[in-house]
Design a protein around this ligand. Structure first.
Ligand code: NAP
Length: 457
């Protein structure tokens, strides 16, 4: 792919970037592998954690500058970009403060003798990341692996090269040695070659099923560990005893945040029949009132999609859904004029044989379903190829907890949208992928959990 910055609010090319050659890749691999073999990676964690502390402070001191770069490159509303940048600092600080505890030896009781598990880095990793959270996705990989001592080669999405470069500079500025985090503007074939290389021990991908399957197949072929954070078709269940005002307010945010381009966005609204009409009316009014426009304008509520291609894909999906019997309750079209904007859209009457039923709509398009009871809500929620997140709204917390336990996803939030925080595990099941990022679980994905036993005999 060509690495280019195109402002999606205008569709104007800002800058094109040169790809890295195979010789550049070889040099990056050599440096990263040498770092893995050095005392910096294999020695005390105390020499690595200060880098994360400094990185957190650096990011906190540059929120405005970093936010503007992301908003111009992929269209995120400026306020949301600031939030993403601050979250990155929190993740860096979280691992700086907690990684030592997570990676300390764990004793095991055994009749064979004194036993414990140590945590060691495993080697160079290949990370492949998407554009929708152009800094946060990188930090989810960098922070735990820098703490653990795994050098990372990263291929960011081709539409966010500026964010990729800026992030890599920040990591070096914070004091990380060369090779700890290497940004590469490379093709899928080069990614495959890197994964095949003996110096590489793992691959982490966040993105679509198609890309995940390609990277994981290659990792499996060469017997490398992989983690996949893929798409979702998350439900937003509103039960008959929910606080409707709150559910609508959060529902709008859950579907329109980041112009609807969030893996854990509320993509399927499942409404109890007793409140369905009232909720749908309020949701429609709220969507109609949304101000669409320049992501750098503080008053804008919905910015552009990330690219012209994203706009075209979404348009096709909506048209196809309607052709197959769905009712277009609101919106449904690209916004006329310059930029890759799309109207807030609501689809109802989506039958199971409509292709839309199983598809992820990566944009401001809400699918609405009506059910008669909790069992029907769970059945519909679980009738999905994906299993990433989900939300349940009810004032009866016991009832909501029961439903949360029955939904087949990696995460469920009660009375809130699917969210993220440094200390909470993030990931899915089914075609949403496997493995977890963030929290204590995320840092254990690419470490050697090595058993040592002092035999009593
Ligand atoms: P995508 O096309 O899969 O792109 C993601 C990354 O994979 C990009 O860097 C892309 O590079 C690269 N890529 C694509 N095909 C590849 C291949 N065959 N080999 C190696 N790398 C390859 O994903 P997207 O459509 O831009 O991103 C949105 C998807 O990501 C949605 O499905 C969303 O739900 C998911 N997502 C999941 C999470 C999560 O944590 N579960 C978080 C965010 C997004 P190019 O840009 O050069 O094509």
């Amino acid at each position: 792919m060509a690495y280019q910055t195109v402002n999606p609010a205008t569709n104007k090319l800002i800058k094109a970037y040169d790809n890295h050659s195979d010789a550049d890749v070889e040099a990056a691999l050599k440096t990263a592998h040498a770092l893995y073999k050095s005392d910096w990676a294999k020695g005390s964690i105390d020499q690595r954690l200060p880098v994360l502390h400094r990185l957190a402070d650096l990011i906190d001191s540059r929120v405005e500058e970093l936010a503007k770069i992301a908003s111009e490159e992929m269209g995120k509303l400026i306020g949301q970009s600031r939030g993403e940048v601050k979250l990155c600092a929190q993740i860096a600080r979280y691992y700086a403060d907690n990684a030592k505890e997570f990676l300390k030896p764990v004793p095991y009781q055994s009749e064979l003798g004194e036993a414990w598990v140590e945590h060691h880095p495993i080697g160079v990793l290949m990370a492949v990341e998407p554009w929708n959270f152009p800094y946060y996705q990188l930090m989810r990989v960098l922070a735990p692996n820098l703490a653990a001592g795994n050098p990372v080669l990263v291929k960011h999405a081709s539409i966010v090269p500026h964010c990729a470069e800026v992030f890599a500079h920040l990591v070096r500025e914070a004091g990380a040695p060369e090779g700890a985090w290497t940004n590469l503007f490379i093709s899928s074939d080069q990614v495959a070659n890197i994964i095949a290389d003996d110096r590489v021990q793992g691959a982490a991908l966040t993105g679509s099923e198609k890309a995940g399957s390609a990277v994981a197949s290659q990792a499996a072929k060469y017997v490398k560990k992989s983690t996949l954070e893929l798409g979702g078709n998350d439900v937003f269940v509103v039960l008959d005893d929910a606080d409707l005002e709150k559910a609508v307010k959060i529902g709008v945010q859950a579907r329109l945040q980041n112009a609807g381009q969030v893996c854990t966005a509320a993509k399927r609204f499942i409404l109890h029949e007793k409140i369905a009409d009232a909720f749908l009316d309020k949701l429609t009014q709220a969507f109609q009132a949304v101000k669409i426009g320049d992501p750098l304008d503080e008053s804008t509520k919905l910015g552009p999609l990330s690219s012209k291609e994203a706009q075209e894909t979404l348009t096709k999906q909506v048209n196809e859904a309607v052709k197959n019997g769905a009712t277009l309750k609101l919106g449904g079209k690209p916004v006329q004029g310059e930029g890759s904007f799309f109207e807030p859209t609501i689809l109802t009457d989506i039958a199971r044989d409509n292709p839309a039923y199983y598809e992820e709509f990566f944009g401001p398009v809400a699918q609405v379903y009506v059910v008669k009871d909790d069992d029907a809500a769970v059945k519909l929620a679980n009738d999905s190829h994906y299993g990433l997140g989900g939300a349940v709204f009810s004032q009866n917390i016991d009832r909501a907890k029961k439903m949360a336990s029955r939904i087949e996803t990696g995460m469920v939030y009660i009375n809130w949208l699917t969210d993220t925080a440094a200390e909470l595990p993030f990931g899915g099941v089914k075609r949403s992928g496997y493995g977890r990022e963030l929290s204590d679980l995320g840092i254990k994905e690419f470490v050697n959990q090595k058993l040592v036993v002092v035999h009593k005999g």
